[in-house]
Design a protein around this ligand. Structure first.
Ligand code: SF4
Ligand code: SF4
Length: 388
């Protein structure tokens, strides 16, 4: 069911502020479309860029939305469409539109190669807006951990892989069993992300890919690689499915197969994009920081990783540090900070519990052992290697 109308110039009301929710690829496309009809938004809304300027336009945080509940919002996101609509409704915003029309009219010259690619894939956005149902539980993305093994040993890995002394590949069948149960508790998963460590170290990951390519609840699958190894033939064949793409991290010299992989993916008709990382946010070590309750709550509220759902060993966590910090023995998460799908006979009865966990606004035990990651956090060079 389509919940939103698409924004066109006739909906513009000069007495109301115009806000684009999403300062990413779709935000840029919406801006290009607005310019085409002679309009400029007053604000962007985006947790990841709050306090900054985006294309010279101020970005506010979602916490400030309630000041604009009488104004006009454009939902400029694919992965977070459902979450954004839910946030707007929760904040009693009555006027919001999708950006299908703006995507269509945005001039190509306004966009860079990545945003141009998204514009060309307008069908994905249409699919999301046409199938939205406010009673459905739509999850933006879940990171599914396939392995603790990695070909690199980054000293500041946000997923804590550097701490595993005896890293293991996880059983593909075991992942499928528990993740299938998770899927019964939701209606749509916009993006399933497969990562590790380095997921191409899992030689039978093709089985898992095939299983989820055929699951209609999942709209797209992205494999995250550090661009150091070439996947086997079986995996390559499955990667060519139109539902799958590869995110190649480029950490400079250590990502030694960027070129080779790009050429191979080009030849094999595999969708991919290369993301160059120069800096990361410094999340720090796993020592207890001693934050006050208020500081902890703020740390979590501002953290860019606080809804980075991580599915690891059959359990859904809200952040990868919560998942791996516990496994590594640094702390124990509280019962209401995760959901264990390993031993549930009928997970459907737990949708309520899932909602309670994912709508957590307080903080996590893991945050007590973390610097947090917000726009103001200290940056450090990406992928500096630990000496073994
Ligand atoms: S490449 Fe580095 S950041 Fe990525 S999983 Fe491996 S150790 Fe972590
Ligand atoms: S502050 Fe909390 S949510 Fe953010 S990265 Fe650290 S542990 Fe995760």
């Amino acid at each position: 069911m389509r919940l939103t109308e698409t924004f066109t110039k006739e909906f513009y009301n000069s007495e109301k502020k115009l806000l684009i929710y999403g300062a990413g690829n779709y935000g840029e496309i919406a801006l290009g479309g607005l310019k085409e009809i002679g309009l400029t938004p007053d604000y962007f809304v985006d947790k990841n860029h709050a306090g900054e300027l985006y294309h010279q336009i101020p970005v506010i945080s979602p916490q400030e939305i309630n000041r604009f509940s009488q104004d006009v919002f454009l939902v400029a996101s694919l992965n977070y469409f459902g979450e954004i609509v839910a946030t707007l409704i929760k904040n009693e915003v009555e006027i919001f539109y999708d950006i299908e029309y703006l995507i269509e009219i945005c001039p190509d010259e306004f966009l860079n190669e990545y945003t141009l690619d998204e514009k060309r894939n307008i069908d994905k956005y249409k699919n999301v807006i046409n199938n939205y149902n406010k009673d459905e539980l739509i999850v933006g993305h879940v990171e599914v951990v396939l392995t603790e093994k990695c070909t690199l040993r980054c000293k500041d890995c946000a997923n804590l892989m550097q701490y595993y002394e005896k890293p293991e590949n996880l059983e593909v069948n075991g992942i499928i069993q528990s993740f299938d149960k998770f899927l019964t508790t939701i209606d749509i998963l916009l993006e399933m992300r497969l990562l590790g460590g380095e997921p191409f170290l899992v030689n039978d990951m093709d089985k898992l890919l095939l299983h989820y390519i055929n699951n209609n609840k999942i709209k797209r699958i992205t494999v995250y690689t550090n661009s150091t190894i070439i996947p086997n033939e079986k995996i390559l064949r499955v990667l060519a499915d139109k539902k799958v793409s590869v995110h190649m991290s480029d950490y400079g010299l250590v990502s030694r197969k960027v070129r080779e992989l790009s050429d191979l993916f080009d030849r094999s008709n595999i969708k991919y994009y290369v993301h160059k990382y120069n800096d990361w946010k410094d999340l720090g070590g796993l020592n207890l920081r001693g934050y006050t309750d208020d500081a902890l709550k703020k740390l979590y509220a501002d953290c860019l990783m606080s809804k980075c759902y991580t599915f690891y060993r059959g359990i859904l966590y809200l952040c990868p540090r919560a998942a791996h910090g516990e496994r590594l023995g640094f702390f124990n998460n509280l019962m209401d900070e995760y959901i264990d799908y390993n031993n549930m006979s009928d997970p459907r009865i737990n949708r309520k519990k899932l909602l309670k966990v994912i709508n957590n606004t307080e903080s996590l035990t893991a945050c007590k052992y973390c610097n947090g990651s917000c726009v103001r956090s200290r940056s450090i060079p990406a992928a500096i290697q630990k000496t073994r």
